[in-house]
Design a binder for this molecule. Structure first.
Ligand code: MTE
Ligand code: MO
Length: 192
């Protein structure tokens, strides 16, 4: 376990729920997911077409800024690389990697992440957890998971990813949380 738990964190076996507002309940027939590039048309998937995308299993450790870490969480979902490729963007292109992603969600939550931190298999949109559909309180129907950053970057109820040339703080980032949020460097708050 040593070397797996970032400084200041403790391991929990439970799965706490942390939400800044009520849990939205968007019916699957109204759900969609979009990649919105800097220029040009968005690419959008309905729930059935999203399920047809190549899906992988991910077993990852997650770290919440409120100091709990959970090891070996098991998710199924679609890599961000796959979503970008299907939207006509090359995830290995430095000019794509140099952009910023803003995840937006039902309920209005947003969070900003450099595209470089979303590609190369580092992040995915999950719709199953522990062998079952992702529970609404944990972000179902689908959530972003960016395991190497504090868990507030893992936007629940995600509906799309907007790419921007300039970095724009999201919900918690504009309320004093760290812009990047690396748990290994304890980047909890602005100035850390
Ligand atoms: N849409 C949305 N996503 C969110 C949040 C939120 O309030 N709304 N909270 C964030 C925070 S602070 C954390 S720690 C995790 C908590 O996820 P969990 O409730 O599944 O543990 O979701 C993140 N994603
Ligand atoms: Mo959090």
């Amino acid at each position: 376990m040593e070397g797996r738990v970032p400084p200041g964190q403790y391991v929990t076996l439970g799965f706490p729920v942390l939400s800044a507002g009520p849990t939205p309940h968007t019916p699957l027939d109204e759900w969609s997911f979009s990649i919105d590039p800097q220029e040009g048309e968005s690419t959008q998937w309905s729930w059935p077409s999203f399920q047809e995308l190549p899906t992988q299993e991910f077993v990852v450790d997650i770290h919440c800024v409120t100091k709990w870490s959970k090891l070996d969480t098991r998710w199924e979902g679609v890599m961000i690389d796959t979503l970008l490729e299907r939207a006509g963007l090359d995830p290995s292109d430095p000019s794509v990697q140099g952009q910023f992603g803003v995840a937006y969600c039902d309920g209005g939550y947003t969070t900003n992440i450099p595209v470089n931190d979303l590609v190369g298999g580092k992040a995915f949109v999950a719709y199953r957890f522990d062998g079952a559909p992702l529970a609404p309180e944990h972000g179902g129907p689908a959530r972003l998971v960016v395991p190497h950053l504090y868990f507030w970057k893992s936007a629940k109820w995600i509906r799309g990813l907007r790419l921007t040339p300039v970095d724009m703080p999201g919900f918690w980032e504009s309320l004093g949380y760290h812009n990047y949020g690396d748990p290994w460097r304890e980047q909890r708050y602005q100035g850390d």
